[in-house]
Ligand binder design. Sequence first.
Ligand SMILES: Cc1cc2nc3c(=O)[nH]c(=O)nc-3n(C[C@H](O)[C@H](O)[C@H](O)COP(=O)(O)OP(=O)(O)OC[C@H]3O[C@@H](n4cnc5c(N)ncnc54)[C@H](O)[C@@H]3O)c2cc1C
Length: 284
Amino acid sequence: MGNFPCFDPEVFEASTKPVTYLKEAGVALITQPHTDLSGVKNFLEKFNKRYENYLLDPVVLSDADQLAKFAGQSCYFSFGEKRTWNEDASKYFENIKEQAHGSVVEHPTFSFFVWGIDRAVSLEIVRHRAGFGFSQASQRYIDDANLRFILNEEFDDNGPLFSNFVDGCAEALIRYGNVVDNLSVKYANAGMNKRDARKRINQSARRFLPNSTETFLTITANARGLRHFFEMRASQFADLPIQDLSLKMFNIVKQVAPIIFEDYVEKMQPDGVHAELTTRYRKV
Ligand SMILES: Cc1cc2nc3c(=O)[nH]c(=O)nc-3n(C[C@H](O)[C@H](O)[C@H](O)COP(=O)(O)OP(=O)(O)OC[C@H]3O[C@@H](n4cnc5c(N)ncnc54)[C@H](O)[C@@H]3O)c2cc1C
């Protein structure tokens, strides 16, 4: 087992109905940059032997920060003694952000596996096009044996809204089951292979699943795309669960790319309950 950062939320079972639910997102970082500049040694040496000391910087940066810094410095051939050394990497990135030279932070790419989010939130996530890749669980292949739901924090009242949530999910599962039972009879002798029949059945049955049905996503994003995502979504104007998710993703990447994301400040929103991110350098 590795030790990439992750958030692993609790899974709950309703006591009154057979409904499994989560209250918050799970996020696991599954890929981050692995930077090795040794292959550039010959390139540097053949220009000038002293450029080789670019690779002997005594301050070691995170792989992600080093990758972006190298990419940026290669633009101006900043490999000599007068370059910004790693100990001043913060200053280097401040300048990059101030100039909105954001393409430099497109190099570090991170993949996350995300669960404990509902279909409504996933619709918002996949609107982010620039620098993002997504793979999402298919409700045509996943059946009711693996269905869980997401309890919105507003419904976590131990009272009528919680009952409403549990009853709605249980009812949806019953309707889903009715479709499966009926269509299973229809397709039993239709001459279709089992897998195609199952797909037909699930794709119809899912019409009865609510927005609060859980989904899973593998998300790959570069640091520039992530910065924009945090600015849009770890904000008081966004839907609460996507705020929670983006703050978790931020807290993960901050650990593995501390300088690229160091300008973000987590501060309390006017509601006094939720946090949001702010930065002086929006949309680099
Ligand atoms: C609070 C909130 C409320 C929202 N409400 C709604 C809503 O009611 N309905 C709705 O449909 N959406 C809504 N959205 C989604 C929003 O419109 C964006 O689709 C989403 O936030 C992704 O932002 P983006 O397009 O900037 O990101 P990305 O797609 O990641 O793009 C990043 C940047 O790249 C540039 N870019 C990307 N694609 C193009 C392009 N084709 N042409 C030119 N430039 C491009 C733009 O500068 C863009 O900002 C909402 C978002 C928020 C945060």
